[in-house]
Design a protein around this ligand. Structure first.
Ligand code: ADP
Ligand code: DP6
Ligand code: CO
Length: 322
């Protein structure tokens, strides 16, 4: 059995939304994220000749073939790299709601890359781990690193991986408004595929990304949280606009998401630095100063229940637990 390995979730400020190569998970564009301390996955892997099939026990429940499929991409690559043939038993605990737009695939598949390579006796570099996590779920490539990370799109398996950009040891945090933690109807994978294939807005989204990416990298290096927030909020709105043009059209937003976005705008009117981002799910994440987290929570508790509000700080990269 491998040691338990922990990976934290990350939330993209410049989104990954669309694949150039679906099989290898090569994205259409570079993305940039912040890894967070509040949500994470712990995973342990055992390769065992006595097993006849790979199995995944997630939060105590044996998972079906559809979910196993994603993890087998990572397991197969590890088996190839290590020259192993045995099947694997994976045990994983999500300290994050699964498939709710809170990035469980990022922490889940990054923790798996770490645990499986460890169990196979491989000593992989962060770059190799990032590539391995990527073939399980694109966003997982970024969860190898703490702080801000950029996933360089590359053009093949060897050139598509994330790199650390900034350790985020400054006054930045994220406040989550959980409006619904149930499993989403349209997975990230299906949602982005439908958008790439059918949305006339997709080209406009892609064309706008270089400018967003270079501006946010400058803002991060200047530690200019107003700029970081503004750019991230606009980027998220553009991404979500593409889904409305898809056929059939869809949106991850609900009435509660709109209420949360309005609440963030109200925080700005009060003078706070507060900008939102959203992923493939209805939940809203507020980019803010770490030093404002308690005050913002207090302010938002007038509109939302305390249990809906989760404060997060920048989190660490992939690591083995003792
Ligand atoms: P999310 O917004 O949570 O990232 P996705 O649709 O991208 O939602 O991915 C959810 C899927 O990620 C799950 O259905 C499962 O296939 C996979 N996943 C999540 N957590 C784990 C885990 N701990 N181990 C293995 N696979 C996981
Ligand atoms: C909206 O990484 O979950 O959260 O690569 O198909 O597993 P797959 O998708 P996933 O997509 C994440 C999409 C996003 C934006 C982001 O995290 O960059
Ligand atoms: Co995901």
């Amino acid at each position: 059995m491998s040691k338990w390995v922990r990976a934290h979730t990350n939330i993209a400020l410049i989104k990954y939304w669309g694949k150039e190569n679906e099989d290898l998970i090569i994205p259409k564009n570079n993305s940039l994220s912040l890894t967070l301390d509040a949500f994470y996955t712990d995973t342990s892997v055992t390769f065992d000749d006595a097993l006849t099939e790979d199995e995944l026990i997630l939060d105590g429940d044996k998972q079906d073939a559809r979910i196993l499929n994603k993890v087998q991409r990572v397991l197969d690559e590890v088996r190839t790299l290590a020259g192993l043939e045995s099947k694997a038993r994976i045990e994983s605990i999500n300290h994050v709601p699964t498939a709710a737009g809170l990035a469980s695939s990022a922490s889940g598949l990054a923790a798996l890359a770490g645990a499986a390579s460890q169990a196979a006796g491989l000593d992989l570099s962060d770059q190799e781990l990032s590539k391995l996590a990527r073939i399980g779920s694109g966003s997982a490539s970024r969860s190898i690193f703490g702080g801000f990370a950029e996933w360089l799109k590359g053009q093949d398996h060897d050139s598509s991986y994330a790199v650390p950009v900034d350790d985020a040891q400054w006054d930045i945090g994220m406040l989550f408004i959980i409006v619904n933690d149930a499993k989403k109807d349209v997975s990230s994978r299906d949602g982005m595929k439908r958008t790439v294939e059918t949305s006339p807005f997709y080209d406009g989204w892609l064309k706008s990304l270089d400018a967003d990416l270079s501006a946010i990298k400058q803002a991060v290096s200047d530690r200019d949280i107003e700029q970081v927030g503004q750019i991230a909020e606009r980027n998220a709105l553009k991404m979500h606009a593409t889904t409305l043009g898809a056929s059939p059209p869809f949106t991850y937003w609900t009435a509660e998401s709109m209420k949360a976005m309005d609440a963030v705008r109200a925080l700005r009117k009060l003078g706070y630095t507060a900008y939102f981002t959203m992923d493939a799910g209805p939940n809203v994440k507020i980019i803010c100063r770490q030093s404002d987290l308690s005050a913002l929570k207090q302010e938002l508790s007038k509109t939302f229940e305390d249990k809906q509000l989760i404060a997060a700080k920048p989190g660490p990269g992939l690591h083995v637990l003792n």
